[in-house]
Design a protein around this ligand. Structure first.
Ligand SMILES: C[S@@+](CC[C@H](N)C(=O)[O-])C[C@H]1O[C@@H](n2cnc3c(N)ncnc32)[C@H](O)[C@@H]1O
Length: 757
């Protein structure tokens, strides 16, 4: 395309984006769908620009990474956004081409105004080791940048411009001229800041700092902009540099102290943060705000050191806000080298652990939910590594992680030392890495870190979770078939290997993952989690585990399933598919019972194994019988519920019997306080405890309708035990989390008597 055609194309895209923004403001316009491809290797430069040689478009070959070179160019049009930020650049010889910038911080759903504040027309860039590649559409090649660390924003006083003459005359440089004062940079930054444009504000302060590196006022203002962006390690570096500046005014020193403390809090250095908040409080006793910070720091320290979590408070907060303010807790576990596991590491118990013991509480490094994304734009991506279609939340995760690392270089290794699959060098054998003692300063003009977007995509493929948070939702749940689960990257939880019949389970309150033991684990034994839902069939599990090369999973459950034989497994799957899609509810009872017999006959081992497919059928039959309302039918329903629980791996030890019950396991006999289930372990099917708790509470309701308070109480206690063992919290927590189910079964006042009085 000619120079003119490219400019016309840019103008067309700009107009389209503006029109879409206008329609959105008026709540009109269609939903835009965008599709990208992820999971292929991408170059990112490791070499500082000073060590690279200049090149130009005429010397660049297509389908090539230009190692050892950088391209000096300037934007000659206003930019627009598709999946990436798009613009047109011209090099010093006057040659033009498209530029696509992926994963640039804050640009994921940026408006034209946001884009113009970062990528205005006339901006000079140096692109480190550019990739020149054919465009997906159209004949002309483009330059594609995947890692924002490959872009250097070139200032008018930069050494890179020395001796350079541009073929076309340069416009008046948009960044202020070199003779600008500290005050003029401060004023420009503050203008953006007042408009909540935190990154453009940080750019403006950074431009001033290029000329006046010790200007405390610019450092402190940039620290505040960074805090708003949650760039905590960059904020900490600036606040500390400001304090170190000679002749800093007392009022600025004060500000620096407070900003340093907030940055330390954001980084999880709660002890240091609390100490600084206390110091600030001494000189500002009237400041109520700081009292809140001191209390919060203290609470985080108690969570971190003693696992003292306010489960109820966390749950209530999670109903309003997905991302919770909570500290991580590491229980009796440690990462160790484990051969034969991709990545070569795993997690083992450091002492004998009992059922329900808290092993780990971990806040998501990044968590993206559907509500974080624009309802007017759907982004999906095809992941070449797993050959699956990524959901919109999965597709958004990489950009969010890039943004967080960009502003928190201290976290780089915590993410990049996770397993990236067989196509990348193995990660180090230990984890977590050591946090650098001093915060790493960051300037958006010249990022001093490397973010390998290709490796990061692979890390997400092999490590991301879909944390479905505990929800106090309507009952029966009003399933939205189009609802998309959140996607999140957790750090330490990513080190746990898989087993379908795991000895630990994870659940989430908001974006906080809680991992508890569901079986006794002896010291030195590996702790595992199920990577797939244990409610899924063998075939579904096998398919989901393919990307981990675990389709031949050697856990006891898969071994057991395999014993049934391929033919029987196929028959089972075909029976199950006949029951799905709401057909269970519509089927007459006699037909359901026929299916029950057929499905039962597909399991060769009837005693120990999990039979989740059959549990659904038993539950459906039980529901049908309960609705009849006769005593016989209710008793029949209760027998079916017990069968359903057995299929889910519970051993029902003494339903309808005396008050002190015995539960026997192979290893020992366990005395429980009137619980009708064995409590020596909990099956991995309790991953989504709501399903099991619903069955138990339904049984409690049925017993109550028969006037059997004793057994009703037993099942309420059993449900609460499942909740406590898998998630945590006491009777009160249970009453709050499951209030809708209790209300639906009219069990609230009885449950209160059983659990709280
Ligand atoms: C989230 S990582 C788990 C931690 C990883 N082992 C490490 O060293 O960082 C997931 C990868 O671990 C390996 N893995 C997990 N469970 C495994 C198992 N049961 N057997 C063999 N490899 C396993 C697979 O390569 C999988 O893709």
């Amino acid at each position: 395309m000619s120079h003119r055609e490219l400019i016309e194309k840019a103008a067309y895209h700009r107009r389209s984006q503006k029109e879409q923004e206008h329609e959105r403001r008026q709540s009109k316009g269609k939903v835009l769908s965008r599709m990208t491809i992820t999971g292929f290797k991408k170059h990112c430069s490791l070499t500082p620009v000073e060590l690279l040689k200049p090149t130009s478009l005429s010397r660049m070959l297509v389908r090539k990474v230009h190692h050892g070179h950088y391209l000096l160019c300037r934007t000659i049009t206003l930019a627009w956004r598709l999946t990436a930020v798009q613009t047109i650049i011209e090099d010093i010889e006057g040659a033009v081409c498209d530029l696509s910038i992926y994963n640039f911080p804050t640009m994921f759903d940026a408006t034209t105004k946001d884009i113009d504040n970062i990528f205005p027309k006339g901006l000079i860039l140096a692109i480190r080791e550019p990739t020149f590649k054919p465009a997906a559409q159209g004949p002309d090649p483009l330059i594609r940048i995947d890692s924002p660390s490959d872009i250097i924003f070139v200032e008018p006083n930069s050494d890179l411009l020395r001796g350079i003459t541009w073929k076309s005359p340069l416009p008046i440089p948009k960044p202020l001229a070199t003779n600008s004062t500290i005050e003029s940079y401060r004023a420009e930054g503050n203008r953006y800041f007042k408009d909540s444009q935190w990154l453009p504000a940080a750019f403006a302060y950074s431009r001033g700092l290029e000329i006046y590196p010790d200007a405390a006022v610019l450092l402190l203002n940039r620290a505040e902009a960074y805090l708003r962006l949650q760039f905590f390690s960059a904020a900490l570096a600036d606040a500390r540099r400001a304090v170190a500046a000679s002749n800093i005014e007392l009022s600025l020193r004060d500000k620096a102290l407070f900003r340093e403390a907030r940055a330390e809090y954001g980084l999880g250095y709660f002890e240091a943060a609390k100490e600084k908040f206390l110091r600030w409080h001494e000189t500002h006793p009237q400041d109520k705000d700081v009292e809140g910070w001191i209390n919060r720091s203290q609470r985080r320290l108690e969570e971190m050191q003693f696992a003292r979590y306010d489960w109820i408070g966390m749950f209530k907060e999670s109903q309003r806000e997905l991302r919770l303010d909570v500290a991580d807790y590491i229980g009796p576990i440690q990462v160790t080298q484990l051969d034969g596991r991709g990545g070569g590491r795993g997690v083992v118990a450091t002492k004998d652990i009992s059922v329900g013991e808290l092993l780990l509480v971990s806040k998501a490094f990044v968590c993206v939910s559907e509500s974080d994304l624009s309802s007017k734009e759907t982004r999906m991506s095809v992941d070449m590594l797993s050959s699956t279609l990524n959901t919109p939340t999965q597709s958004a995760t990489v950009s969010r992680i890039v943004q967080k690392i960009y502003g928190n270089p201290a976290f780089h290794d915590f993410v990049f030392h996770l397993y990236a699959g067989p196509d990348y060098d193995p990660p180090p054998c230990s984890y977590p890495p050591i946090l650098p003692e001093d915060p790493i300063p960051a300037s958006p003009l010249r990022p001093n870190l490397t973010i390998d977007a290709g490796r990061l995509e692979a890390i997400c493929t092999y490590n991301c979770f879909e944390p479905v948070p505990l929800l106090c939702q309507d009952f029966p749940p009003d399933h939205d078939v189009n609802a998309v689960n959140p996607t999140a990257l957790y750090l330490l939880p990513s080190l746990l290997n898989h087993s379908c019949g795991s000895n630990a389970l994870w659940t989430c309150i908001g974006d906080v993952m809680i991992i508890r033991a569901i079986a006794p684990i002896s010291a030195g034994t590996e702790v595992t989690l199920p990577y797939t839902s244990t409610m899924s069939s063998f075939a579904e599990r096998r398919q989901k585990l393919q990307k981990h090369m675990l389709s031949e999973c050697d856990c006891w459950l898969c071994e057991e399933n395999r014993k049934d034989g391929e033919e029987v497994l196929r028959l089972r799957d075909s029976l199950v598919s006949q029951l799905m899609g709401g057909r269970l509810r519509a089927m007459p009872l006699t037909r359901l019972k026929e299916f029950e017999k057929q499905l039962e006959s597909t399991y060769s081992t009837k005693s120990l194994s999990l039979r989740p497919e059959l549990s659904l059928l038993h539950t459906a039959i039980a529901e049908r019988l309960s609705s009849t309302g006769t005593v016989n039918a209710i008793q029949g329903a209760l027998r079916q519920y017990i069968k359903a629980l057995a299929c889910l791996g519970f051993s029902v030890v003494s339903d309808g019997q005396a008050s002190t019950r015995m539960s026997s396991s192979k290893s020992k006999t366990h005395m429980t306080k009137a619980l009708p289930i064995a409590t020596d372990r909990i099956p991995a099917t309790a991953q989504l405890p709501q399903h099991i708790i619903t069955i138990m509470l339904r049984m409690a309701q049925q017993y109550l309708s028969l006037g059997d308070q004793h057994n009703s109480a037993g099942w309420i206690q059993a449900a609460q035990w499942v909740s406590k063992t898998v998630v945590g919290g006491d009777g009160q927590f249970f009453m709050i989390v499951y209030s809708h189910i209790l209300e639906h079964f009219d069990l609230q006042s009885f449950a209160r008597k059983v659990l709280l009085v």
